[in-house]
Design a protein around this ligand. Structure first.
Ligand SMILES: *[C@@H]1O[C@H](CO)[C@@H](O)[C@H](O)[C@H]1NC(C)=O
Length: 344
């Protein structure tokens, strides 16, 4: 019987251990990018206990990526001017053809009433349209007012998410205000109170995401393909959205917006803009704050409610004029009462 020298056996064991370690080492050092290019499936990641935990919403196979930010920017349109470091930046989603609501907003809540110690600015977010007449009107408005941020996406309801992501990216990179308000062109914004409130009373300086929340029943994902809010299981698997603020109006601190934008690089967008922001906030570890200062309905608010409310939804152009008048009158008429200084 042939005798194997003990030293030779030890060497053989060492070499085979080393060889078996190579594939494991490869898996551990591979970057995300390589993994994606190689289209590795998700069970591979079970081996990587020491790498950051991946969310079930993140792209693993390279086909369901996050928002493609560079594609949203266009070089052919001039962007609005903004002073860096303002207190508040208001982003207003607007359809290209909505010249009238924009015009009304410019002369109501977006108009500055005398000097103010609080620096704020508002900009309308619009996309591309095939209508030549509307495109010319957009260009005319931009020359006259310079308050349109035109993005490189087709302006449709189901592209609203891209519109808002483009707006956030632009404002977070170029203007860097302390706070961002996202709202819509059928909403009233209390520009007499909101900047002052943020500066003087808000105590949540970082990780702020505040707005009007939906009850749980209204957070069910709609799987009916004919619905305006339809989302497929491929795009978003859970049956219910995490808590999120209505797109009517929500306020983000700059750091919250930046963290939401980072999450958007990885999480596949869904067409429901406000729910998507809620998903991103959850991914980024930001808790949404519920506030009654954002009103989804325009009921007959009493005059002194205009000292409390920050955003009111569903106003006609005539109602915008009335609301503006109330905002200014409330400033003088409602001084006697105690001001509420909390978000709630
Ligand atoms: C969204 O915009 C992109 C880029 O312009 C366009 O290709 C796409 O058809 C639009 N999607 C919808 C649902 O309108």
């Amino acid at each position: 019987m042939a005798q194997v020298h003990p030293l030779y056996l030890k060497g053989l064991i060492c070499v085979s251990i080393l060889l078996s370690l190579i594939p494991l080492w490869c898996l551990l050092v591979m970057t995300d990018d390589v993994q994606r290019r190689w289209q590795l499936s998700s069970h591979f990641f079970l081996l990587q206990g020491n790498l950051p935990r991946r969310s079930r919403l993140q792209a693993l196979d390279g086909t369901r990526r996050g928002v493609d930010f560079p594609s949203l920017f266009t070089s052919s349109q001039t962007a609005p001017h903004c002073e860096p470091g303002q207190l508040l930046f208001i982003l207003v989603t607007s359809a290209p053809g909505n010249s009238e609501p924009r015009q009304v907003i410019r002369r109501t809540w977006a108009a500055r009433e005398g000097p103010t110690p609080y620096q704020w600015q508002s900009v309308f977010l619009v996309g591309q349209t095939a209508d030549v007449g509307v495109t010319q009107e957009i260009q005319r408005e931009q020359r006259e007012f310079g308050d349109l941020l035109v993005g490189n996406y087709l302006d449709t309801y189901r592209n609203l998410t891209l519109k808002v992501m483009h707006g956030f990216k632009w404002v977070a990179e170029r203007c860097q205000p302390s706070y961002i308000l996202k709202t819509d062109d059928d909403c009233f914004v209390n520009t007499d109170r909101l900047p002052e409130f943020l500066q003087e009373h808000n105590t949540i300086k970082t990780g702020l995401y505040a707005g009007s929340l939906f009850p749980r029943e209204k957070r069910q994902v709609i799987r009916e393909p004919s619905s305006k809010w339809y989302v497929s299981r491929q795009d978003y698997l859970p049956a219910e959205y995490p808590p999120y603020a209505s797109g009517v109006g929500y306020v983000l601190s700059l750091d919250a917006a930046q963290r939401i934008l980072w999450a958007a690089e990885r999480v596949h967008p869904i067409p429901v803009e406000d729910a998507y922001v809620g998903i991103l906030a959850q991914e980024a570890g930001i808790r949404v704050k519920s506030s009654a200062r954002f009103a989804k309905h325009n009921v007959r608010w009493r005059l002194c409610n205009y000292r409390y409310l920050m955003v009111i939804h569903h106003l006609s152009p005539q109602e915008q004029e009335v609301a503006k008048g109330n905002m200014l009158r409330a400033r003088r008429a409602c001084r006697g009462g105690l001001e509420v200084t909390k978000w709630k």
